[in-house]
Design a protein. Structure first.
Length: 159
């Protein structure tokens, strides 16, 4: 399983969109691990694109589940509902095809319950008062990554 690079740059330096996205994935990986899921892969690539997070729960032959999680991390002033509008039919098809390739390469999970989840992460300068500590990550520059929404089974698998 590939490790995330050192996520927090020195104070005063700015994050690239890629670094910000990786940190959003880290937040979701930590949050889901605390909920009993295991991270099997991060930023897994194939011809059809990337699976941000591949998480499993249980054993593949005993009621196991696999979740392919698309993480959308956005800064303030985004135009696409914190990333939700970016999960188009075309994007769903690419994720579905990438998941099929993943399952071909990991046949032990091929007969488990598969789902596609979406995590919406926002980069903000303040934490809303009701935000639980497990739903945010503090960045070195004083901003925060906050889990805005986690959508289980966000769209149907086509198999």
């Amino acid at each position: 399983m590939p490790a995330f690079p050192d996520p927090l740059p020195a104070a005063g330096s700015s994050l690239t969109p890629t670094e910000l996205g990786t940190l959003g994935e880290q937040l979701i990986a930590q949050w889901m691990t605390a909920k009993g899921w295991a991270v099997k892969d991060r930023q897994w690539h194939c011809t059809y694109g990337e699976l941000d997070l591949v998480l499993t729960q249980g054993h593949p032959t005993q009621n196991g589940q696999i979740a392919f999680v698309e993480v959308k991390t956005r800064s303030q002033g985004n135009w696409d509902a914190d990333g939700l509008m970016a999960i188009t039919r075309r994007k769903q098809t690419k994720l579905w095809k990438a998941a099929q390739v993943y399952l071909l390469k990991n046949p032990q999970w091929a007969n488990t319950i598969c789902r596609f989840d979406v995590a919406l992460v926002a980069c903000r300068t303040q934490i809303p008062a009701a935000t639980r500590p497990d739903r945010y990550l503090t960045l070195a520059d004083g901003r925060f990554l906050i889990l805005q929404d986690y959508i289980d089974c966000a769209f149907d698998a086509r198999w």
